[in-house]
Design a protein around this ligand. Sequence first.
Ligand code: KG4
Ligand code: ZN
Length: 396
Amino acid sequence: MAPLGSGLILGIETSCDETAAAVVRRGTEILSNTVASQIPVHAPYGGVVPELASREHLRNLLPVVRTALAEAGAAWNDLDAIAVTEGPGLAGALLVGISFAKALAFALDKPLIAVNHLEGHIHAVFLEEARRASAQSHDGMPEERLPGRQVLALVVSGGHTHLYLAQPTVSGWSYRNVGRTVDDAAGEAFDKVAKVLGLGYPGGPWIDALAPHGNPEAVPFSFSQVKAKAHRRGEPGALDPAEEIYFSFSGIKTAVLRYTKVYEMEAGIERRRAALAEIGNPRPEDALALCDKRTLDLIASFQRSVVDDLRRKTFRAAERFAVDRVLVSGGVAANRELRVRFTAEAAERGLPIGFPSLALATDNAAMIAAAAWPKFVAGTVADEALTAEPGLALGR
Ligand code: KG4
Ligand code: ZN
């Protein structure tokens, strides 16, 4: 086992469009959590431009790491390990963080720990729970984290919609993937629908803010039963057909587009896009006066449909696998309607449910440093040949 020192891990996260660094003590205490967002860089394109993301990471990473250390009041040599996101994500973006982390670990002669970004999102919730538990001055491990307990984690972001069964073991956590999307991720649908409607980027917070102003039952979107495409069955990573839970979010995006054409909404959309472009740094509140009732109803109905599909399938899985609790993480876990509806259903079923705070829901490095802690304790360090794994899966 590695000497545990004071347990300070520097986390580095560059898998997509946030350059992030954080210092976390013993996987539970956040000393700093710095994020440099690239939203203004990618917003004009309505999506992340990989090449630009890599260059921005290169530009931002050292200042972000310096800030994280300064805010933590830590010196380079106080660190016990460096943790970095290995994948999944954009290849070029990951390479910037990994190269930096490798060089830093080498120069400081500290262990380097590779973290799966999806495991990071799950640990964002554990981090939150540990913080709450220590605030309530409970001693030891929260009951839910005792070996044998099974958690169902929905990781739902711009790139992922996955259901995992997670179990604590003596050497860290083990994961089993029991659900995933066959096409777009849920966050991607939020982003694409916002783009179709002439709203800002990323779309999730815009739709979240505008949806309460519309009627969620106005447009009856339907999610048909999604079946795995025949050619995916039997492929590595394919789920057991008896246990499969599949999501699909590309159909609803097309349905929204079709709706805007049927009701000839294009001119209004263009007017809104142009009006928002006039405002320097537009915010969702600026869009409200630019949306008519039909648009607000469409936004509310879209959000309700996506949230309900996520909710139904997640709780179906919770029942099927008889889990002890549910957690939801990733950027879309910031959605207010999702939190309200998941919380209500969990309460009805008597199942505990957890979410990250808003700051820990979207990409950050505190979750990477937290996920690295059990690996550090178990002495699991990265190989010298560590490289970016854009398609890295979590669990079996
Ligand atoms: O986890 P994240 O920061 O990055 C990825 O790993 O993808 O998630 C970003 C995604 C984007 O698609 C964004 O639109 C969505 O999370 N998102 C939201 C909300 N805030 C962010 N979606 C719905 N409601 C929100 N409030
Ligand atoms: Zn993410």
